[in-house]
Write a protein that binds this ligand. Structure first.
Ligand code: 6PG
Length: 265
């Protein structure tokens, strides 16, 4: 049956305001999950964009650091580059430097993808950790409270790159994915896992994303070329946190800087 996807986007004036909006969003979603279930299970992405948000969350001079229910969080990654955890390319390293070293999270709350392992082994180990931690049985998928995604200028999200094997993976929780044009391996959550989350949001900033953002969300469906179009959360709502430069080709938002697009899946 066709499902309707509501894409709700919020537009901030610049990168700094976008980082603040995202920090606020993370805290609100974590509080909501903790109030409902006593725990917040969050999966985060890499790349340069979320770094400013992670730094704000960790900053004692900012309100979010005090509000975040750190002791009730479980932190997971959406994807990882296949490099050791201290490599400058490691998503884990970026997050550790921006946030983890500065906040009261215990090692058992931090579930990193082991990029230093052989890629398939790293994916299998991550999958086992997910099964164990979410107490999954059989073909069950984990349900994250919040998944934060980014989008590359080629339309990739997580490490679901255009025309790669991982796009057709429906049964696994995490897979190794070879990205030919980067000549690199990645480990990534699969898109059915991302879509099962309670809340999924994209954090996207910068003029270089305007064109692809518009194409992904208002253009025809072509998931092999635009893997971000695979993201369609089961709850029927997808949130986009954007800066003005990234949102410049989308329909103008309303007076509250909010816009809505609808798509039939
Ligand atoms: C990664 C990612 C990736 C990222 C996009 C966008 O490891 O690179 O998790 O999917 O989110 O490439 O990154 P930026 O928003 O930082 O450009």
């Amino acid at each position: 049956m066709p499902q309707e996807l509501k894409i709700v986007y919020y537009v901030e004036p610049d990168a700094a305001a976008l980082a603040r909006r995202a920090a606020q969003y993370f805290v609100e979603q974590a509080e909501r999950a903790v109030a409902a279930r006593g725990r917040a299970r969050i999966a985060i992405s890499g790349g340069p964009t979320p770094k400013a948000t992670f730094s704000l969350l960790a900053d004692p001079a900012q309100p979010w650091r005090t509000r975040m229910p750190w002791s009730q969080l479980d932190l997971w990654w959406v994807d990882e580059r296949c490099v050791p955890p201290d490599d400058p390319d490691s998503n884990y390293r970026m997050t550790r430097e921006a946030m983890l070293d500065l906040v009261p999270l215990q090692p058992e709350q931090i579930h990193r993808m082991e990029g230093e392992l052989e890629p398939e082994a790293a994916a299998t180990r991550y999958e086992s950790e997910l099964r164990h931690s979410f107490r999954l049985e059989g073909a069950e998928l984990p349900r994250f409270d919040v998944v934060q995604l980014g989008m590359g200028p080629d339309g990739h999200t997580a490490s679901l790159f255009p025309h790669t094997q991982a796009l057709s993976e429906l049964g696994r929780l995490a897979v190794a994915n070879h990205v030919e044009n980067k000549d690199a391996w990645r480990v990534t959550l699969t898109w059915p896992v991302i879509n099962r989350a309670s809340q999924v949001f994209f954090l996207i900033g910068g003029a270089d994303k305007a064109q692809i953002l518009n194409e992904v969300f208002t253009g025809p469906r072509h998931v092999e070329r635009l893997p971000s179009q695979l993201i369609s959360p089961v709850g029927g709502i997808l949130t986009l946190l954007l800066d003005r430069a990234a949102a410049s080709l989308l329909p103008a938002p309303d007076a509250q800087s909010c816009g809505v697009l609808e798509r039939i899946e």
